[in-house]
Ligand binder design. Sequence first.
Ligand code: TXA
Ligand code: MG
Length: 285
Amino acid sequence: MIPTETVYGLGARMRDPLAVASIFRAKGRPANHPLIVHLHDLSQLGEIAASWPEYALELAANFWPGPLTLVLPKRSSVPDEVTGGLDTVAVRIPNHPLTLALLRELGEPVVAPSANLFTEVSPTRIEHLSPKLLDSVAMVLDGGPSEVGIESTVLDCTLEEPVILRPGSVGSQDIQEAIGLAVGTGGLDEKKKSPGHHPRHYAPQVTLHLTDEPLGDRPGLGFALPTTPFQICMPGGVPDFARALYDALHQLDRMGIQEAWIQAPPRTGDWEAVWDRLTRATHRV
Ligand code: TXA
Ligand code: MG
């Protein structure tokens, strides 16, 4: 288990087929859900990607190390198991001193999905790690609470203009400002291109409802529970809310809460990544 600034990851050396296979097994993850390759230096990009547009380099210069994943045409040397058979590969340089040191020391690419069981909530602290997953790992690196708190923005960079496949803390506005190009939002085809995207994902055990009603008499966003006066108060701003979100969901589950309400955040563009996670966490199957 490795800490990153977004969420904890379940890491394996990209070129070790047994280790890569054990990631899918441990998470219960379908084999066609591609993994993100983690690097420590831009000079390694050529080992992974066959080509990249100029704007991808500008993005790397602006946001790496950081919570932005670029999807690029893959080199044939990247194992098919890693990309779920796709001809593209997702890559990022994470921004966490421990993991950067590990990657540097190791000197080779590491694949790392979020360290949660399939469809469950990603961990942002080691206390969130599932005992079932802990059974199958060799080592846990405790890097403290994740700074960003939600998974990286995944950006398709195989077209003339980039397209967001998974919203994250790096928003389309940030990307547009960095490269001076419009960002596509993607249609149905783009959804198909990112097979790891499920309507119900990041979902806690607790049944969660979104509500526009203010909860209780406390200001701000929060989780309210039906039977007790207990409430988790969430911070108001986007970065603070995102940082606290998964911890709150893990807390509700740990307490064995059956049902809870969360006050809907504003419906403005800066809340897009938070909305994406809340929509999935409250999706009924
Ligand atoms: O913040 C993060 O990205 C964390 C940390 C540990 O780095 N990792 C993470 O990995 O969230 P995972 O495996 O839980 O999510 C990877 C996402 C999925 O939505 C997957 O579909 C997408 O990235 N993805 C990976 N490779 C892709 C590819 N070649 N084309 C399109 N989407 C891809
Ligand atoms: Mg994940």
